[in-house]
Design a protein around this ligand. Structure first.
Ligand SMILES: Cc1ncc(COP(=O)(O)O)c(C=O)c1O
Length: 408
């Protein structure tokens, strides 16, 4: 099949809506447009039924016992805000300490920063070189004032998958609530809030081939019953935790997207892991001084993150971006030219943190696309290095770190 450009390999930033998801959504814009919370007439009942059905599908995908535990929000960012701020406000008499990690997505880190300004104490647990957080470090960070542990399920840049079940077990043992930002994990790998001891879980539709603008927060109802202070006051929708008329077409889309993930996740994961390995093996074997970031095995199947020494990630993107959509650092920070804080947190040098490229494959990625991108990467990296005086010096055996840069 002829290649279609640009090739999209940035699926950890967002995904295209699956046509089957779009087809499910369309009637809810024009024909089935009732108000799901009004319950006055058949239009409303139909909308309410559609929301309930979507809620069930999402509950099933994450292993929730009761669909009522799924609270709809506008996306991952809002879910994380509601979880962290909602717990902080509700449980502040019990304690003022939160444990999280240094590699959370910006939504998690920024909420923690705000809570610190409001008098909460936050411990940011470091991660190992492979991106895994050592559960013993979380245990050490816990104090008698700790009310919440918040650790992301899988990282958005390097794809490393945390030992969520072990963290859930620790949280239960200590009687502390556990939130996980599972935005990147849900629909890609098995997620089970019951088996993993998760009390709060954030996810979003636009990373699972659903629409943008809708997400969910799982809020445990039993063992323990989690209570949250709402961020918005209003009609008391979503069990009082998130007021506002629900976006029925988006929710229907999210439900259908969840259903498709449920049906195809295992096969899709295998297919994408095989393509990802093909990309990884070709790049790492053909480009010298290229380093894999993150855990080699405990990683999302569609994720590959590589640092190419002696080249800037931004220059690589500029070299390929007419025909290939990739990402350097996290999508949310690539507007600024700061090195990736995630890669830096794994212990990489600033240079390597600046030179990371994330490839993320998706449901519609083909082998031809993978092979084309491989070839282009090899060419672009070679061209950039041929122009780089640093690379030339390094090849002559000069230790780049020993260079004394002349002050202005
Ligand atoms: C790990 C992680 N958390 C949270 C978010 C934010 O989700 P949303 O874009 O739905 O607000 C993202 C978005 O990519 C993410 O990757």
């Amino acid at each position: 099949m002829a290649l279609k450009f640009p090739i999209f390999m940035d699926a950890q930033s967002t995904t295209p809506v699956d046509p089957r998801v779009l087809a499910a959504m369309i009637p809810y814009f024009t024909e089935k447009f009732g108000h799901p919370a009004s319950r006055n007439h058949p239009f409303d009942w139909e909308a309410e039924g559609a929301v309930d059905s979507a809620r069930e599908k999402i509950a099933r995908l994450i292993g929730a016992r009761d669909p009522k535990e799924v609270v709809f929000t506008s996306g991952g960012t809002e879910s994380i805000n509601l979880a962290l701020k909602g717990v902080a406000e509700m449980y502040k008499e019990k304690g003022n300490h939160i444990v999280t990690t240094v590699i959370e997505q910006r939504a998690g880190l920024d909420v923690c920063k705000r809570l610190e300004r409001q008098g909460f104490a936050v411990t940011y647990v470091p991660v190992q070189a492979d991106g895994l957080v050592d559960v013993a470090r979380i245990r050490e960070a816990i104090t008698d004032k700790t009310i919440l542990i918040s650790v992301m399920f899988a990282n958005n840049e390097v794809g490393t998958i945390q030992d969520v079940a072990a963290i859930g077990k620790l949280a239960k043992e200590k009687g502390i609530l556990f939130h996980t930002d599972a935005t990147q994990a849900v629909g890609k790998i098995p997620v089970d809030v019951e088996a993993m001891g998760v009390d709060l879980l954030s996810c979003t539709a636009h990373l699972v081939y659903g629409p943008k603008g809708v997400g969910a927060l799982y809020v445990r109802r039993k063992g323990p019953r989690v209570r949250l202070a709402p961020m918005m006051d209003g009609g008391g929708h979503e069990r009082g935790m998130r007021s506002g008329t629900l976006p029925v077409p988006l929710i229907v889309g999210f439900g259908r997207a969840a259903e498709l993930c449920m049906e195809g996740m295992v096969e899709e994961g295998k297919r994408l892991a095989a393509l990802r390995d093909r990309l990884q093996d070709a790049i790492l074997s053909k480009v010298e001084d290229a380093y894999l970031n993150g855990h080699p095995e405990r990683r999302l199947p569609q994720n590959l993150n590589v640092s190419f020494a002696y080249v800037e990630g931004e220059s690589v993107l500029m070299g390929v971006n007419k025909e290939t959509a990739l990402s350097s650092g996290s999508a949310c920070t690539s507007a600024t030219l700061e090195p990736s804080y995630v890669i830096a947190a794994l212990g990489a040098s600033t240079e390597l943190a600046h030179s990371s490229i994330r490839f993320s494959l998706h449901r519609f990625t083909t082998q031809e696309e993978v092979d084309y991108v491989t070839q282009r990467m090899i060419e672009v990296i070679k061209r950039l290095r041929d122009m780089s005086p640093l690379y030339e010096l390094a090849k002559e055996g000069v230790d780049i770190k020993s260079i004394q840069w002349k002050a202005e």
